[in-house]
Design a protein around this ligand. Structure first.
Ligand code: HEC
Ligand code: HEC
Ligand code: HEC
Ligand code: HEC
Ligand code: HEC
Ligand code: HEC
Length: 319
């Protein structure tokens, strides 16, 4: 049924179609031994005549699109998919790719950029401040009426909350995302409840009550929702088009410094051990210390991260 809806939308908005089409792709994969990951690209299809593949991305002898065309991980087909090392540089050939524009570059190896480019659906206000509702239905099943639909719990979304963003963004768009895919324990849940009340902010967990993208990020441009409501509260010191900006400075707020530096040192050590034991394939030199980029301008975050406000809603750090 989702696939049928596609045909209608294709003519309206190509990129919307791309997004929905990707939902249907798991159907193709179900013939394989393991079901292909949700939203995965089609496989075992013929390369079109007008596609010129780069040298390092080869079709098989029948000119079919196979795993090794796109992935540099050997024998990926026979590994449990949830254990595949997505941080490996060669996970996608020519990688690593992190930002959306980098992934667009990857797709453009075979497709015309316009066909696969992701739209910035967070641009929700026109220059004159009026609502631009062209993109609401990328995420919402029905464009919410800003006056009457004010409770997100009553809304239906195109995909599960944990999948809404990964059609466009990578699953690990930045450091520390995978580490957050957990259900907070009892104590933390209490802390979250308090923070939501005291800071008048929304920190929604997904259907499995796990932390996900929208727990920390708001998908809405500032000004779309009433800033006095928990859902409308957010930090925005730059424009949605610009994105988060960094300065390279060794100075950190105490909270972030204590937390990140120590834990990351530990994590790096673990990764290095895993690399040595051959359990991790990455070309990164893990012996080097990590240097953190300090956030300068924030956008699409529910609370500021640069002063620790966001992190402290869930974590307690000792000075
Ligand atoms: C046209 C290119 C292409 C082909 C061919 C391809 N993949 Fe992928 N694969 C991708 C992209 C793009 C991603 C998404 C990366 C992301 O979002 O992090 C991905 C993600 C994955 C993931 C991780 C998904 C997850 O959500 O955990 C696995 C596992 C995977 N592919 C396995 C395979 C296997 C097995 C094959 C062959 C049957 C295959 N891929 C063929 C492009 C391709
Ligand atoms: C190695 C070449 C290659 C790369 C890289 C690639 N694709 Fe494709 N893609 C194909 C081929 C071949 C097809 C099947 C022919 C067609 O329908 O255009 C296809 C089909 C598609 C379709 C239509 C699926 C369907 O069911 O008809 C979409 C959408 C798509 N690709 C999006 C993407 C996106 C997004 C990326 C980047 C993440 C990407 N592709 C990267 C080769 C590639
Ligand atoms: C990238 C995905 C995405 C887009 C695009 C998007 N939304 Fe949402 N929207 C969500 C999610 C997820 C929630 C639930 C949690 C929250 O408030 O962030 C939500 C919640 C809402 C709520 C309820 C807020 C509350 O406090 O309960 C309203 C109203 C809303 N959206 C309106 C819109 C309108 C209008 C548009 C288009 C101009 C839009 N959204 C575009 C993902 C999106
Ligand atoms: C625990 C909170 C948290 C979670 C969960 C989280 N993020 Fe972030 N995200 C941040 C913070 C804080 C930043 C700002 C800069 C940084 O620390 O790298 C950020 C930055 C970003 C950026 C900009 C990166 C850049 O380098 O410009 C994108 C895109 C992004 N997040 C998307 C996502 C998506 C998609 C998910 C879910 C798969 C996600 N985030 C999950 C907190 C989070
Ligand atoms: C249809 C595609 C699409 C979807 C779906 C989408 N985004 Fe985005 N997002 C974009 C584009 C395009 C940008 C602009 C920045 C870029 O090109 O990297 C962006 C930017 C962002 C940024 C700021 C990153 C920066 O550049 O500093 C954050 C944070 C973010 N998105 C979070 C989310 C979250 C959370 C969701 C899910 C609720 C989501 N996005 C869903 C396309 C999308
Ligand atoms: C909505 C609650 C929430 C927010 C906000 C949040 N975290 Fe977390 N964080 C978690 C959960 C849940 C885990 C999973 C492990 C656990 O239960 O401690 C986690 C894990 C971590 C880990 C890995 C811990 C380990 O031992 O592996 C680090 C590091 C971390 N968070 C730092 C941060 C930073 C820095 C921020 C602010 C940018 C932040 N967190 C924001 C809930 C949150």
């Amino acid at each position: 049924m989702v696939c049928a809806a596609n045909n209608k939308t294709t003519s309206i908005l190509t990129v919307f179609a791309v997004y929905l089409l990707l939902q249907c792709l798991s159907v193709y994969g179900s013939e394989a031994e393991q079901e292909m990951p949700a939203l995965h690209h089609v496989v075992d299809v013929e390369i079109l005549q007008d596609m010129r593949l780069p040298k390092e991305m080869q079709a098989d002898e029948n000119n079919m699109l196979v795993c090794s065309t796109c992935h540099g991980i050997e024998d990926i087909k026979n590994q449990p998919y949830d254990e595949v090392d997505k941080n490996s540089e060669d996970f996608l050939r020519g990688g690593p790719y992190r930002s959306i524009s980098e992934v667009n570059d990857f797709c453009s190896n075979c497709h015309k950029v316009e066909d696969t480019e992701r739209l910035n659906v967070h641009k929700q206000l026109k220059a004159d401040g009026r609502v631009d509702d062209r993109y609401c239905e990328y995420c919402h099943q029905k464009t919410p009426d800003l006056e009457h639909d004010t409770d997100w719990k009553e809304m239906k979304f195109q995909l599960g909350l944990n999948q809404l963003c990964t059609g466009c963004h990578l699953e690990n768009p930045h450091f520390n995302v995978a580490e957050h895919r957990h259900k907070p324990d009892e104590k933390m849940r209490e802390q979250i409840k308090k923070a939501q009340k005291n800071k008048n902010v929304l920190l929604p967990l997904d259907e499995e009550e796990q932390v996900t993208c929208i727990t920390c990020h708001t998908p809405h441009e500032k000004g779309l929702l009433d800033p006095e409501t928990p859902g409308g509260k957010q930090t925005a010191d730059t424009a949605v088009e610009k994105g988060i900006e960094y300065i390279s400075s060794p100075e950190w707020s105490l909270v972030v410094k204590n937390d990140k530096q120590e834990r990351l040192h530990e994590l790096k050590h673990k990764l290095y051990q895993a690399q040595k034991a051959g359990k991790l394939t990455t070309n990164e030199d893990l012996k080097q210390p990590i240097h953190y980029k300090k956030i300068d301008k924030e956008i699409l975050l529910r609370l500021a991260a640069k002063n620790g406000d966001l992190c402290e809603s869930c974590h307690s750090f000792k000075d």
